[in-house]
Design a protein around this ligand. Structure first.
Ligand SMILES: [Ca+2]
Ligand SMILES: [Ca+2]
Ligand SMILES: [Ca+2]
Length: 370
C-alpha cells in the first residue's frame, strides 16, 4: 500500500511542476461576445491558455484574459469542455438535436491563432459520433411508433436523455490510478411526471483508438463515425435535475468526480446543485430504479459528506459550478461566473473564471481565493 500512496504523491507533485496553481491569476476574463451563454471552461496550464465555450463559439485566451483566437459558426450546441494534456487538444460535447446527432468535438488547440475562425472550413475541429447517446435520445419509450423529438414533456428519451453536456478526462470509475478515459454526461430533461429520469448517466470511453473515427465537422451532412458503444455506462442517483450534468470535472486532489447541475424540481428530492462521486469506489451492479421495465446497470455511489437527504438517500452540496468548473491541482479550481454586458446596443455574454480553494465544508465545499 505504501508504494501506491507514494506513487500518488508523485503524480500530485509532477502536476505542480507544469505550473503551480499558486502562480495562476485570481481571475481570467473570457471576454464579452454576441453568442450563447458560457457553458464550460478548459485550461492548458503548460502553454498558458484558457478555453471558454459560449454555446456556439469557442474562445481561446492567454492567462491574462487577452483573446488569442476563436472558433465560430456552429449551428449546434457546444457544451462543457476539457483539455487533454496527452494530445494537446480541447474536447467538448457538441449537440445537433434536430439532426439527432451527438458528437465529441476535438479542437486542434495549437491552430486556434486568430479570431472568428470557421468551425467547418478551417478543419480545426474533428468530431466523433456517439451512437449510444443517439440510441437513448431517440428511444420511443411509450412504444407509440413515434419519437417526440426535442421536448421534455414526453415519456420518450430513455433515462430522459436530452443529449450530452458535462465532459472530463479522468481515471476509470473505481480505479483512482486507472487508465485515463473520457467521460461524458447526459443532459436529462426536467420532467416531473416520470420516474426513469432520476439518475445522472455517464459514459466512459477509452479514446486511444479514436483517430480512426475522427471526421471533419460537416453540418450539412452529419456523419455517424464513432464507437459502437461506450466502454462503460454508469448511473448516479441524484434525483431529476434540469438538463443533467452541466459541468463534469475529475479532481485529483479529492479523488472525486464533480458534477454541477441546474437544480431539479421534483418535490421528493432535495434538489442540490452540486454532487460528487468518489472516484475510488467501485461501481456496483444493481437495479436502475424507476425504469419502465426492470433494468440492471453499473451504479455509482455519491461521495460522503455534504448535505444528506434521508428520505431519498441523495447526498450533495450547494455550489455554482454549472457555467464552468476546472480542477487545477492542489485543491485549486477555476469556476466560471456567467454574466452579460450591453455593448453597442447588443447584449453580450461574459465569463469570469475565478480562483477557488477547496474547504470541504457543508453546504459549499469551496471558497473564493482573495
Ligand atoms: Ca413515443
Ligand atoms: Ca469539464
Ligand atoms: Ca451546459
Amino acid at each position: 500500500m505504501t508504494t501506491v500512496s507514494l506513487w500518488g504523491e508523485c503524480v500530485v507533485r509532477s502536476h505542480f511542476t507544469v505550473g503551480s496553481p499558486t502562480d495562476l491569476p485570481k481571475e481570467i476574463y473570457g471576454g464579452a461576445w454576441a453568442a450563447g451563454h458560457v457553458q464550460g471552461i478548459a485550461i492548458d496550464q503548460r502553454k498558458g491558455f484558457m478555453y471558454f465555450s459560449f454555446t456556439n463559439l469557442l474562445v481561446k485566451t492567454d492567462l491574462k484574459g487577452n483573446p488569442v483566437g476563436s472558433v465560430t459558426g456552429f449551428t449546434g450546441h457546444l457544451g462543457d469542455l476539457d483539455f487533454n494534456a496527452k494530445d494537446g487538444r480541447v474536447y467538448g460535447s457538441l449537440e445537433y438535436k434536430a439532426q439527432e446527432s451527438f458528437y465529441i468535438a476535438i479542437f486542434d488547440a495549437d491552430r486556434i491563432t486568430s479570431m472568428n475562425m470557421d468551425a467547418q472550413s478551417t478543419g480545426i475541429i474533428k468530431t466523433v459520433y456517439l451512437k449510444e447517446v443517439v440510441a437513448d435520445y431517440v428511444a420511443d419509450m411509450n412504444g407509440d411508433g413515434k419519437f417526440d423529438g426535442n421536448v421534455a414533456n414526453t415519456p420518450d428519451h430513455r433515462y430522459g436523455c436530452s443529449g450530452i453536456d458535462g465532459l472530463s478526462f479522468g481515471p476509470e470509475f473505481g480505479k483512482k490510478h486507472g487508465k485515463q478515459k473520457l467521460t461524458v454526461a447526459y443532459g436529462i430533461y426536467s420532467n416531473l411526471e416520470r420516474q426513469d429520469n432520476d439518475h445522472q448517466v455517464l459514459l466512459q470511453y477509452d479514446i486511444q483508438q479514436w483517430k480512426k473515427y475522427e471526421r471533419p465537422l460537416t453540418e450539412s451532412a452529419p456523419h455517424t463515425s464513432g464507437p459502437e458503444q461506450a466502454d462503460g455506462k454508469y448511473f448516479a442517483f441524484t434525483g431529476n435535475t434540469t438538463y443533467g450534468v452541466q459541468n463534469l470535472d475529475y479532481d485529483e486532489y479529492t479523488g472525486n468526480w464533480m458534477m454541477a447541475v441546474y437544480k431539479g424540481k421534483k418535490p421528493q428530492f432535495p434538489n442540490y446543485s452540486f454532487f460528487m462521486v468518489n472516484g475510488d469506489e467501485p461501481p456496483r451492479n444493481g437495479d436502475i430504479v424507476g425504469q419502465p421495465r426492470p433494468e440492471q446497470g453499473k451504479l455509482l455511489t455519491l461521495a460522503p459528506g455534504g448535505l444528506q437527504h434521508d428520505a431519498s438517500g441523495v447526498r450533495g452540496w450547494e455550489f455554482t459550478g454549472e457555467y464552468g468548473l476546472i480542477s487545477l491541482g492542489g485543491g485549486r479550481y477555476y469556476v466560471s461566473k456567467a454574466g452579460t454586458v450591453m455593448e453597442e446596443g447588443v447584449t453580450k455574454q461574459t465569463s469570469h473564471a475565478q480562483l477557488y480553494g477547496w474547504t470541504g465544508k457543508t453546504p459549499t465545499p469551496f471558497e473564493k481565493v482573495g
